[in-house]
Design a protein around this ligand. Sequence first.
Ligand SMILES: [Zn+2]
Ligand SMILES: [Zn+2]
Length: 171
Amino acid sequence: MTRPDYIQKKVDELSGEGRIAKEGYEERELKKTDQGRKFREHLQKDEQKAMDKHGEAVCYGCLKKDFALSTLLYCCSDCMRKRGTVALYAIVTRKPAEQVCDFCGRWQKPFDTFQINCSMCNTCMHRVHVFHSEYKKAGGRKSNPFVRRMRKKYGKDYKKILGNGSRTIGI
Ligand SMILES: [Zn+2]
Ligand SMILES: [Zn+2]
């Protein structure tokens, strides 16, 4: 699709802002003209071609098109596979330790969770907020099954007991 000059000019100005800012601007500009509105309607009518990635954000939690805020969350590989890539902006990093998934709430093995950048609707944001406060109440990382097992076996000084030999050699 070739862009009208006045849009191209603005897009060039915004080129530092990234893909999302550019697409959002194009989408808003399309709605301003009759021709643009017709073109947009034609596209949105077709389910296969409907533009989900533009102005209206797609919630990564429930895939609803709604008011959404973007944020960083931890997501396990199973949950990512279920949701696909429509609402996924970027994978930031892969967690090398045990981590609880913000979507299914289960502890996952090392290297099985990813920190992702995505948009969420108000309902899903609230759900994650409630989950996080419960996670904090349960003791945060101390609620990890590995840590719980070690504390049960060796008591609360499990770190000293397990780490003692290697740390004090030669000192
Ligand atoms: Zn949602
Ligand atoms: Zn999960």
